[in-house]
Design a protein around this ligand. Structure first.
Ligand SMILES: Nc1nc2c(ncn2[C@@H]2O[C@H](COP(=O)(O)OP(=O)(O)OP(=O)(O)O)[C@@H](O)[C@H]2O)c(=O)[nH]1
Ligand SMILES: [Mg+2]
Length: 321
């Protein structure tokens, strides 16, 4: 969804690019003085037009944050910082307008003059003033370019029934999404392996018609207030808050995740309160290591035990939403 934004150049590269474009302009006239004048005017105009149209495309092609779905708005704030992003876009627009203003006030003296030395001096002056304007927003261009790289990593979220997998770190959330979809998030035996949202798809054929569902892997959550959560955890909360039609909460009673059942239970109570109008399916993973005998659904992402039954339950809950 954010892959079509054109690459954003830093001030120096941007200025170099526009200067390079001007070099291509050649004009021939029998009157050499007139030829030089025409070249200076045309090159200055190209410099300004190329530069300002680049700056304009940076601002125009950036998605309007306020119009994006709420999930993206929250993720942008967490991973990029919405205020800084808006300020940077504003600064770049300021640079474009100020450049055009400088050009429009200086251009008439270029057109009126026939003095080659004066023309060259004026052109240098315009280039100098415009360069300093663009350099003033260099940090904003760099910020925007980084923001663009981060945006490109955002998953494509569709408006279809969605299940979000949640739980403590290391309990097997990514292992489960690998079992249930073609998504391949990294799996490892340490907490906070997953640092962002991953999306997989599940499908079901209902009377010859294929229905698509989204399954979302989230970073692990610890039992603590939102204000103490790190930016990785905040993404999980953003997915739960904005995307979940159903939450699959995974417990790991085996102890291999490094977290006690008591801590995991407290967290489940907390998020149940936060998302009280969303249905939950509660599962205990790693039944190959530990079977508590509780009433919760048991699965093993290692042996595949209970996975098909869980898939059917997920699809049937999503179908009734
Ligand atoms: N024995 C056993 N190990 C499992 C099972 N499911 C996952 N694991 C292991 O548990 C560890 C954590 O698995 P992940 O899928 O990365 O867990 P996660 O919840 O996504 O972890 P974070 O992304 O760090 O929050 C890995 O070493 C997995 O191989 C299971 O059913 N049985
Ligand atoms: Mg994971």
């Amino acid at each position: 969804m954010f892959r079509n934004i054109p690459p954003i150049l830093a001030a120096k590269q941007l200025l170099d690019r526009s200067i390079r474009r001007t070099k291509k302009i050649q004009i021939h006239d029998r009157d050499k003085r007139y030829e030089i004048k025409k070249i200076i005017i045309a090159r200055t105009e190209t410099f300004i037009t190329d530069l300002t149209s680049q700056l304009e495309s940076y601002v125009k092609n950036f998605p309007s944050i306020d119009k994006l779905p709420l999930f993206y708005q929250e993720i942008i704030d967490i991973k990029i910082d919405t205020d800084k992003l808006k300020k940077s876009l504003g600064a770049i627009d300021w640079a474009r307008k100020t450049t055009l203003m400088v050009y429009s006030t200086q251009n008439s003296s270029l057109i009126k003059s026939g003095n080659v030395e004066f023309l060259k001096q004026k052109q240098k002056e315009i280039y100098g003033r415009v360069s300093s304007i663009v350099k003033q927003v260099d940090k904003n261009l760099v910020f925007l370019s980084n923001a663009q790289k981060i945006l490109r990593t955002f998953p494509d979220i569709e408006d279809i029934p969605t299940v979000v997998i949640a739980g403590y770190p290391n309990v097997g959330k990514s292992s489960l999404i690998r079992q249930l979809s073609a998504a391949k998030p990294e799996i490892a035996q340490y907490p906070f392996t997953t640092k962002q949202i991953y999306v997989g798809h599940m499908e079901k054929t209902v009377r010859y018609e294929k229905k698509q569902y989204q399954i979302i892997d989230t970073p692990g959550l610890l039992d603590r207030p939102l204000s103490e959560r790190n930016n990785i955890e905040k993404q999980a909360i953003a997915a739960l808050r904005n995307l979940a039609d159903l939450i699959v909460f995974i417990f790991d009673p085996s102890g291999t995740s490094g977290y006690q059942m008591s801590e995991q239970t407290l967290m489940l109570e907390d998020i149940k309160k936060l998302f009280c109008d969303v249905p939950f399916i509660i599962v205990e993973n790693k039944v190959d290591v530990q079977n508590t005998g509780s009433a919760n659904r048991k699965i093993s992402c290692t042996t595949g035990n209970g996975i098909e039954e869980l898939r059917q339950e997920i699809l049937s809950v999503l179908d009734h939403i």
